[in-house]
Design a protein around this ligand. Structure first.
Ligand code: GMT
Length: 382
Protein backbone atom coordinates (compact mmCIF):
# COMPACT_ATOMS: atom_id res chain seq x y z
CA UNK A 1 0.00 0.00 0.00
CA UNK A 2 1.01 3.63 -0.42
CA UNK A 3 0.36 5.22 2.96
CA UNK A 4 0.59 8.87 4.06
CA UNK A 5 1.40 9.37 7.76
CA UNK A 6 0.82 12.68 9.55
CA UNK A 7 2.15 13.13 13.09
CA UNK A 8 3.96 15.44 15.46
CA UNK A 9 7.67 15.03 14.76
CA UNK A 10 8.71 15.70 18.36
CA UNK A 11 9.60 13.28 21.17
CA UNK A 12 5.93 12.79 22.28
CA UNK A 13 4.54 9.28 22.39
CA UNK A 14 2.18 9.76 19.43
CA UNK A 15 5.03 10.86 17.15
CA UNK A 16 7.17 7.92 18.28
CA UNK A 17 4.38 5.41 17.60
CA UNK A 18 3.61 6.98 14.19
CA UNK A 19 7.27 6.95 13.15
CA UNK A 20 7.94 3.40 14.34
CA UNK A 21 4.71 2.29 12.63
CA UNK A 22 5.85 3.86 9.35
CA UNK A 23 9.29 2.25 9.62
CA UNK A 24 7.75 -1.14 10.42
CA UNK A 25 5.31 -0.90 7.51
CA UNK A 26 8.12 0.17 5.16
CA UNK A 27 10.09 -2.92 6.20
CA UNK A 28 7.04 -4.99 5.21
CA UNK A 29 7.12 -3.50 1.70
CA UNK A 30 4.66 -0.61 1.96
CA UNK A 31 5.57 2.84 0.62
CA UNK A 32 5.38 5.35 3.46
CA UNK A 33 5.09 9.11 3.02
CA UNK A 34 5.59 11.11 6.23
CA UNK A 35 4.08 14.60 6.14
CA UNK A 36 5.25 16.76 9.07
CA UNK A 37 6.74 20.18 9.79
CA UNK A 38 10.08 18.64 10.83
CA UNK A 39 11.90 15.38 10.28
CA UNK A 40 10.40 12.97 12.88
CA UNK A 41 12.87 12.38 15.75
CA UNK A 42 13.12 8.62 15.19
CA UNK A 43 13.42 8.79 11.39
CA UNK A 44 17.20 8.69 11.29
CA UNK A 45 18.16 6.48 8.37
CA UNK A 46 17.50 6.27 4.66
CA UNK A 47 15.04 3.58 3.60
CA UNK A 48 14.02 3.00 0.00
CA UNK A 49 10.32 2.80 0.97
CA UNK A 50 10.23 5.93 3.15
CA UNK A 51 9.63 9.46 1.87
CA UNK A 52 9.52 12.64 3.91
CA UNK A 53 7.56 15.75 2.90
CA UNK A 54 8.15 18.86 4.97
CA UNK A 55 5.24 21.24 5.54
CA UNK A 56 6.47 24.77 4.98
CA UNK A 57 4.45 27.90 5.50
CA UNK A 58 4.95 31.36 4.16
CA UNK A 59 5.39 34.14 6.74
CA UNK A 60 3.30 37.27 6.35
CA UNK A 61 3.11 40.29 8.72
CA UNK A 62 -0.65 39.83 9.07
CA UNK A 63 -0.25 36.39 10.67
CA UNK A 64 0.18 36.49 14.43
CA UNK A 65 -0.14 32.71 14.20
CA UNK A 66 1.18 30.91 11.12
CA UNK A 67 -1.74 29.14 9.36
CA UNK A 68 -0.28 25.65 9.88
CA UNK A 69 -3.54 23.83 9.19
CA UNK A 70 -3.90 25.48 5.77
CA UNK A 71 -0.30 24.66 4.86
CA UNK A 72 -0.69 21.05 6.03
CA UNK A 73 -3.96 20.56 4.11
CA UNK A 74 -2.39 21.96 0.93
CA UNK A 75 0.65 19.72 1.37
CA UNK A 76 -1.57 16.67 1.87
CA UNK A 77 -3.50 17.44 -1.32
CA UNK A 78 -0.19 17.64 -3.18
CA UNK A 79 1.33 14.48 -1.67
CA UNK A 80 -1.80 12.35 -2.12
CA UNK A 81 -2.29 13.52 -5.70
CA UNK A 82 1.26 13.19 -7.00
CA UNK A 83 2.16 9.99 -5.15
CA UNK A 84 -1.12 8.21 -5.75
CA UNK A 85 -1.61 7.37 -2.09
CA UNK A 86 -4.10 4.66 -1.10
CA UNK A 87 -4.76 5.89 2.41
CA UNK A 88 -3.93 8.71 4.86
CA UNK A 89 -3.23 7.82 8.50
CA UNK A 90 -3.20 10.78 10.90
CA UNK A 91 -1.92 10.52 14.47
CA UNK A 92 -3.29 12.75 17.24
CA UNK A 93 -6.71 14.18 16.43
CA UNK A 94 -5.79 17.86 16.89
CA UNK A 95 -5.50 19.31 14.32
CA UNK A 96 -4.59 16.39 12.06
CA UNK A 97 -8.03 14.74 11.78
CA UNK A 98 -9.86 17.89 10.71
CA UNK A 99 -7.04 18.91 8.35
CA UNK A 100 -7.16 15.47 6.72
CA UNK A 101 -10.92 15.86 6.27
CA UNK A 102 -10.39 19.19 4.53
CA UNK A 103 -7.72 17.70 2.25
CA UNK A 104 -10.00 14.78 1.49
CA UNK A 105 -12.85 17.13 0.46
CA UNK A 106 -10.54 19.17 -1.76
CA UNK A 107 -9.31 15.99 -3.45
CA UNK A 108 -12.85 14.72 -3.85
CA UNK A 109 -13.73 17.95 -5.68
CA UNK A 110 -10.99 16.95 -8.15
CA UNK A 111 -12.33 13.39 -8.48
CA UNK A 112 -9.71 11.78 -6.21
CA UNK A 113 -10.85 9.65 -3.28
CA UNK A 114 -8.56 9.21 -0.28
CA UNK A 115 -9.77 7.42 2.85
CA UNK A 116 -8.58 8.75 6.21
CA UNK A 117 -7.72 6.80 9.37
CA UNK A 118 -7.39 8.74 12.62
CA UNK A 119 -5.51 7.29 15.60
CA UNK A 120 -6.39 8.76 18.98
CA UNK A 121 -3.42 8.75 21.35
CA UNK A 122 -4.67 10.16 24.62
CA UNK A 123 -4.34 13.80 25.49
CA UNK A 124 -5.97 14.66 22.13
CA UNK A 125 -9.13 13.35 23.87
CA UNK A 126 -8.65 13.31 27.64
CA UNK A 127 -6.87 16.61 28.19
CA UNK A 128 -6.91 18.91 25.18
CA UNK A 129 -9.63 17.43 22.97
CA UNK A 130 -12.49 17.70 25.43
CA UNK A 131 -11.68 21.36 26.09
CA UNK A 132 -14.58 23.43 24.66
CA UNK A 133 -12.01 25.36 22.61
CA UNK A 134 -11.48 22.24 20.47
CA UNK A 135 -14.28 19.74 21.25
CA UNK A 136 -16.74 20.43 18.38
CA UNK A 137 -14.00 20.14 15.74
CA UNK A 138 -12.52 17.01 17.34
CA UNK A 139 -15.91 15.24 17.51
CA UNK A 140 -16.76 16.23 13.93
CA UNK A 141 -13.39 15.09 12.57
CA UNK A 142 -13.55 11.73 14.39
CA UNK A 143 -17.02 11.10 12.99
CA UNK A 144 -15.87 12.02 9.49
CA UNK A 145 -12.82 9.73 9.58
CA UNK A 146 -13.18 6.54 7.52
CA UNK A 147 -11.42 4.55 10.23
CA UNK A 148 -10.73 5.40 13.87
CA UNK A 149 -8.35 3.61 16.21
CA UNK A 150 -7.57 4.19 19.89
CA UNK A 151 -4.50 2.90 21.70
CA UNK A 152 -6.42 1.28 24.59
CA UNK A 153 -9.91 0.14 25.62
CA UNK A 154 -9.84 2.91 28.21
CA UNK A 155 -9.21 5.62 25.60
CA UNK A 156 -11.96 4.19 23.39
CA UNK A 157 -14.38 4.42 26.33
CA UNK A 158 -13.24 7.97 27.22
CA UNK A 159 -13.84 9.03 23.61
CA UNK A 160 -17.35 7.58 23.65
CA UNK A 161 -18.04 9.20 27.05
CA UNK A 162 -16.78 12.68 26.06
CA UNK A 163 -18.16 12.96 22.52
CA UNK A 164 -21.17 11.83 20.50
CA UNK A 165 -19.36 9.31 18.34
CA UNK A 166 -21.20 7.49 15.56
CA UNK A 167 -18.10 5.75 14.21
CA UNK A 168 -16.73 2.37 15.29
CA UNK A 169 -13.47 2.74 17.21
CA UNK A 170 -10.98 -0.11 16.82
CA UNK A 171 -8.49 -0.64 19.65
CA UNK A 172 -4.95 -1.13 18.36
CA UNK A 173 -2.46 -0.84 21.21
CA UNK A 174 1.04 0.62 21.20
CA UNK A 175 3.75 -1.87 20.25
CA UNK A 176 7.38 -2.60 20.98
CA UNK A 177 10.41 -3.44 18.88
CA UNK A 178 12.40 -6.10 20.76
CA UNK A 179 15.41 -5.57 18.49
CA UNK A 180 15.89 -2.33 20.37
CA UNK A 181 14.17 -2.77 23.73
CA UNK A 182 15.63 -5.81 25.46
CA UNK A 183 17.69 -6.53 28.56
CA UNK A 184 21.38 -6.16 27.83
CA UNK A 185 24.35 -6.39 30.14
CA UNK A 186 25.40 -2.87 31.11
CA UNK A 187 26.89 -3.72 34.52
CA UNK A 188 29.83 -1.35 34.08
CA UNK A 189 27.34 1.42 33.51
CA UNK A 190 25.35 0.45 36.59
CA UNK A 191 28.50 0.47 38.72
CA UNK A 192 29.21 4.04 37.62
CA UNK A 193 25.75 5.23 38.63
CA UNK A 194 25.21 3.05 41.71
CA UNK A 195 28.73 2.19 42.95
CA UNK A 196 27.54 0.88 46.33
CA UNK A 197 24.93 -1.52 44.97
CA UNK A 198 22.07 0.95 45.39
CA UNK A 199 18.70 -0.08 43.88
CA UNK A 200 17.84 1.91 40.76
CA UNK A 201 14.44 3.44 40.06
CA UNK A 202 13.80 5.25 36.78
CA UNK A 203 11.18 7.58 35.31
CA UNK A 204 11.14 8.60 31.63
CA UNK A 205 8.80 11.26 30.26
CA UNK A 206 8.47 14.64 28.62
CA UNK A 207 8.17 16.31 32.03
CA UNK A 208 4.65 17.64 31.71
CA UNK A 209 2.32 18.17 34.67
CA UNK A 210 0.14 15.24 33.63
CA UNK A 211 3.04 12.88 34.48
CA UNK A 212 3.01 13.85 38.22
CA UNK A 213 6.81 13.52 38.51
CA UNK A 214 6.52 15.10 41.94
CA UNK A 215 4.84 11.84 43.06
CA UNK A 216 7.77 9.82 41.71
CA UNK A 217 10.11 11.98 43.80
CA UNK A 218 7.93 11.73 46.92
CA UNK A 219 7.59 7.96 46.70
CA UNK A 220 11.35 7.71 46.14
CA UNK A 221 11.95 9.83 49.24
CA UNK A 222 10.07 7.16 51.25
CA UNK A 223 11.88 4.25 49.54
CA UNK A 224 15.39 5.61 50.13
CA UNK A 225 14.65 5.95 53.85
CA UNK A 226 14.43 2.14 53.98
CA UNK A 227 17.09 1.00 51.48
CA UNK A 228 20.02 2.56 49.58
CA UNK A 229 18.54 3.68 46.25
CA UNK A 230 18.84 6.16 43.43
CA UNK A 231 16.26 7.69 41.11
CA UNK A 232 17.06 8.46 37.47
CA UNK A 233 14.87 11.11 35.88
CA UNK A 234 15.14 10.93 32.09
CA UNK A 235 13.67 13.53 29.73
CA UNK A 236 13.00 17.21 29.83
CA UNK A 237 10.07 19.59 29.65
CA UNK A 238 8.10 22.32 31.40
CA UNK A 239 8.12 20.67 34.87
CA UNK A 240 11.87 20.13 35.12
CA UNK A 241 12.76 23.25 37.10
CA UNK A 242 9.93 22.70 39.56
CA UNK A 243 11.00 19.09 40.15
CA UNK A 244 14.63 20.13 40.61
CA UNK A 245 13.50 22.55 43.31
CA UNK A 246 11.55 19.80 45.11
CA UNK A 247 14.63 17.55 45.08
CA UNK A 248 16.69 20.39 46.60
CA UNK A 249 14.02 21.05 49.25
CA UNK A 250 13.99 17.36 50.18
CA UNK A 251 17.80 17.26 50.31
CA UNK A 252 17.88 14.49 47.71
CA UNK A 253 20.20 15.99 45.09
CA UNK A 254 22.77 13.22 45.60
CA UNK A 255 20.28 10.41 45.15
CA UNK A 256 18.26 11.84 42.26
CA UNK A 257 19.95 12.32 38.90
CA UNK A 258 18.46 14.39 36.09
CA UNK A 259 19.76 12.89 32.86
CA UNK A 260 17.88 15.09 30.37
CA UNK A 261 16.76 13.79 26.97
CA UNK A 262 18.48 10.51 26.09
CA UNK A 263 18.39 8.70 22.77
CA UNK A 264 19.48 5.30 24.10
CA UNK A 265 16.82 4.98 26.84
CA UNK A 266 17.06 1.19 26.55
CA UNK A 267 20.59 1.30 28.04
CA UNK A 268 19.28 3.09 31.12
CA UNK A 269 16.34 0.69 31.40
CA UNK A 270 18.80 -2.22 31.19
CA UNK A 271 20.38 -1.19 34.51
CA UNK A 272 17.14 -0.28 36.32
CA UNK A 273 15.19 -2.28 38.93
CA UNK A 274 11.86 -0.44 38.78
CA UNK A 275 10.10 1.97 36.42
CA UNK A 276 7.90 4.65 38.01
CA UNK A 277 4.92 6.20 36.16
CA UNK A 278 2.51 7.98 38.55
CA UNK A 279 0.57 9.86 35.81
CA UNK A 280 -2.67 11.76 36.29
CA UNK A 281 -3.82 10.52 32.88
CA UNK A 282 -2.19 7.92 30.63
CA UNK A 283 -4.06 6.40 27.72
CA UNK A 284 -1.55 3.58 27.33
CA UNK A 285 1.91 4.30 28.74
CA UNK A 286 4.38 3.44 25.98
CA UNK A 287 7.31 4.24 28.29
CA UNK A 288 6.07 1.58 30.74
CA UNK A 289 5.89 -0.96 27.92
CA UNK A 290 9.46 -0.10 26.88
CA UNK A 291 10.59 -0.69 30.47
CA UNK A 292 8.75 -4.02 30.67
CA UNK A 293 10.38 -5.18 27.43
CA UNK A 294 13.71 -4.58 29.21
CA UNK A 295 12.42 -6.71 32.13
CA UNK A 296 11.79 -3.78 34.44
CA UNK A 297 8.60 -4.05 36.57
CA UNK A 298 6.42 -0.95 36.79
CA UNK A 299 5.10 1.05 39.75
CA UNK A 300 2.33 3.18 38.29
CA UNK A 301 -0.96 4.86 38.94
CA UNK A 302 -4.09 2.99 37.89
CA UNK A 303 -5.35 5.70 35.55
CA UNK A 304 -6.58 5.26 31.95
CA UNK A 305 -5.04 2.41 29.98
CA UNK A 306 -2.20 1.71 32.44
CA UNK A 307 -3.92 -1.33 34.01
CA UNK A 308 -4.19 -2.83 30.50
CA UNK A 309 -0.40 -2.70 30.26
CA UNK A 310 0.86 -3.03 33.85
CA UNK A 311 -0.97 -5.93 35.48
CA UNK A 312 -1.34 -5.22 39.20
CA UNK A 313 0.51 -7.77 41.35
CA UNK A 314 2.05 -9.45 38.31
CA UNK A 315 4.15 -7.12 36.14
CA UNK A 316 4.33 -4.42 38.83
CA UNK A 317 1.78 -2.61 40.94
CA UNK A 318 -0.86 0.04 40.28
CA UNK A 319 -2.04 2.56 42.92
CA UNK A 320 -4.59 5.33 43.06
CA UNK A 321 -3.39 8.63 41.61
CA UNK A 322 -1.32 10.50 44.21
CA UNK A 323 -1.07 7.59 46.69
CA UNK A 324 2.71 7.84 47.10
CA UNK A 325 2.71 5.78 50.32
CA UNK A 326 1.16 2.82 48.49
CA UNK A 327 3.57 3.24 45.59
CA UNK A 328 6.55 3.30 47.98
CA UNK A 329 5.33 0.25 49.89
CA UNK A 330 4.82 -1.65 46.59
CA UNK A 331 8.28 -0.65 45.40
CA UNK A 332 9.81 -1.88 48.67
CA UNK A 333 7.96 -5.22 48.39
CA UNK A 334 9.92 -5.85 45.20
CA UNK A 335 13.22 -4.20 46.05
CA UNK A 336 13.52 -6.08 49.36
CA UNK A 337 12.69 -9.50 47.93
CA UNK A 338 14.97 -10.55 45.11
CA UNK A 339 13.04 -13.73 44.29
CA UNK A 340 9.83 -11.73 43.87
CA UNK A 341 11.64 -9.08 41.82
CA UNK A 342 12.99 -11.76 39.44
CA UNK A 343 9.48 -13.23 39.09
CA UNK A 344 8.04 -9.80 38.27
CA UNK A 345 10.84 -9.17 35.79
CA UNK A 346 9.91 -12.38 33.92
CA UNK A 347 6.19 -11.49 34.07
CA UNK A 348 6.89 -8.00 32.71
CA UNK A 349 8.78 -9.46 29.75
CA UNK A 350 6.00 -11.98 29.02
CA UNK A 351 3.37 -9.23 29.10
CA UNK A 352 5.48 -6.97 26.83
CA UNK A 353 5.78 -9.80 24.31
CA UNK A 354 2.02 -9.60 23.70
CA UNK A 355 2.67 -6.12 22.26
CA UNK A 356 5.56 -7.16 19.97
CA UNK A 357 5.59 -5.13 16.77
CA UNK A 358 4.99 -8.25 14.65
CA UNK A 359 1.73 -8.88 16.50
CA UNK A 360 0.42 -5.32 16.15
CA UNK A 361 1.41 -4.18 12.63
CA UNK A 362 -0.93 -6.71 10.94
CA UNK A 363 -3.80 -5.16 12.92
CA UNK A 364 -3.08 -1.81 11.25
CA UNK A 365 -2.71 -3.46 7.82
CA UNK A 366 -6.09 -5.18 8.25
CA UNK A 367 -7.68 -1.95 9.42
CA UNK A 368 -6.36 -0.09 6.35
CA UNK A 369 -7.64 -2.82 4.04
CA UNK A 370 -11.10 -2.74 5.63
CA UNK A 371 -11.25 1.03 5.29
CA UNK A 372 -10.14 0.89 1.65
CA UNK A 373 -12.66 -1.87 0.88
CA UNK A 374 -15.41 0.34 2.36
CA UNK A 375 -14.65 2.99 -0.27
CA UNK A 376 -18.04 3.13 -1.98
CA UNK A 377 -19.96 3.13 1.28
CA UNK A 378 -18.00 6.09 2.63
CA UNK A 379 -18.27 8.00 -0.61
CA UNK A 380 -22.06 7.72 -0.51
CA UNK A 381 -22.12 8.84 3.13
CA UNK A 382 -20.19 11.97 2.22
O1 GMT B 1 2.22 11.63 27.10
C1 GMT B 1 3.11 11.58 26.27
O2 GMT B 1 4.22 11.13 26.53
C2 GMT B 1 2.88 12.09 24.89
C3 GMT B 1 1.56 11.70 24.35
C4 GMT B 1 1.39 12.08 22.92
O3 GMT B 1 0.28 12.10 22.51
O4 GMT B 1 2.33 12.39 22.19
O5 GMT B 1 1.43 10.28 24.58
C5 GMT B 1 0.18 9.70 24.47
O6 GMT B 1 0.33 8.77 23.41
C6 GMT B 1 1.19 7.66 23.66
C7 GMT B 1 1.31 6.83 22.38
O7 GMT B 1 0.08 6.34 21.96
C8 GMT B 1 0.65 6.84 24.84
O8 GMT B 1 1.47 5.73 25.10
C9 GMT B 1 0.60 7.78 26.08
O9 GMT B 1 0.03 7.05 27.14
C10 GMT B 1 -0.25 9.01 25.77
N1 GMT B 1 -0.11 9.96 26.89
C11 GMT B 1 -1.15 10.28 27.68
O10 GMT B 1 -2.27 9.81 27.57
C12 GMT B 1 -0.85 11.28 28.75
Amino acid sequence: MKIGIVCYPTYGGSGVVATELGKGLAARGHKIHFVTYNQPARLEHFHENIFYHEVRFAEYPLFDYPPYETALASKLVDVVKYNNLDILHVHYAIPHASVAYLAKKILLSEGIYIPVVTTLHGTDITLVGKNPAYAPVVAFAINKSDGVTAVSESLKQDTIDYFKIQNEIAVIPNFIDFDRFKKTNKDHFRKAIAPFGEKLLIHVSNFRKVKRIEDAVKMFALVQKQIPAKLLLVGDGPERQHIEQICRDLGLCEQIRFLGKQDAVEELLAISDLFVLPSEKESFGLSALEAMACQVPVISSNTGGLPEVNINGETGFTSNIGDVEDMASNALKLLQNDTLLQQFRANALAQAQRFAIDNILPLYENHYQQVIDNKVYNKVLE
